[in-house]
Design a binder for this molecule. Sequence first.
Ligand code: PMP
Length: 277
Amino acid sequence: DIAYVNGRFGPLADAVVSIEDRGFQFGDGVYEVIRTYRGQPFAIEEHLARLERSAQALQLLIGQTRDQWSCLIREGLRLSQFPETKIYLQITRGQAPRDHPFPVSSAPTTVLTFREFHPLDVSVRNAGVQAMSFEDIRWGRCDIKSVNLLANVLARQRAKEAGVFEAILVREGMVTEGSVSNVMVVRNGVVQTAPEGHRILSGVTRAFVLELARKEGIPVTESFVTREELLAASEVFLTGTTVEVLPVVRVDGYAIGSGSPGSVSRLLSRRFEALVG
Ligand code: PMP
C-alpha cells in the first residue's frame, strides 16, 4: 500500500503525521474516497469539486489545484499497481498547539492513500443486503464530508453487531441516508430519495443514479420518506462509491417488497455497471 503525506510518496506503513495535527485533535479536516474501474479513477472531477466545497465550508485552504490532485492520483496509482484501487484523500488544518480557534499560521496536512479495492461479492449484490434503522445523531452540516465520523462509526458498528450491512439513519422520523451511503426507495414506481441540503451528503453516485433513472423515464422525487414509508416501499437500495447500487431486501427484520431485489433496483444497477464499465 502506498501513501502520500505532504509532498512525499512512500509505503503506507511508514506514513505518519504529528499528534498535534488538528485532524487528530479535533477532526478538523475533510476527505474523499474515489475508486477505480479498470484502473481509471471514476468521477474524479465530481469528487474534487465536492472536496473543494467541503473545504470551503470549513474555511480550509486546499494547496492543490484539480490538475495537481489528478497528477498525485496518477502517480499513486502508478506506484501502487493494484487491479482496482481505493483512493483516499484527506486534508486537515495542519499541525498546531491544541487550541480551538484556527491557528494563525499552519500549513494544511495533505494525505492520500492507495489501497487495493475489493468489490462486494456478486452473490451478496444479487441477493441484496439487510439494513437497520438507527437514530441520526449527526451534526447540522452532513453535506460537508468532514473526518468527524463518530456518529457514522457508532451507527455502522451497531449494524455490524446486528449482523446487517448498513444503518439507515432517521432524524425526527425522516430517513436521511445510510452511515456510508445514500438511501433510495421505490414507491408507486417513483424513485424517492432525501433532498440535497444540510441533512445528507450529496453523493456522487446518487447524482449519477438519479440521472440514469430520469433517462429510463422513471419518475424521481427528491423528498424525505418516513421510516414507515421506507418499510412499506416496494424497493429500497443504497448508492455510494463502494456499494454502487445495492438492493436492500430487509429493514429492521421486515421484508421490503417481495424480499428480493426489485426490478427498478436491478435495472439501475445494470445501467450503473454499464456507465462505469
Ligand atoms: N453518505 C455518506 C454518509 C457517505 O459516507 C457516503 C460515501 N462517501 C455517501 C453518502 C455516498 O457518497 P458517494 O456516492 O459520493 O460515495
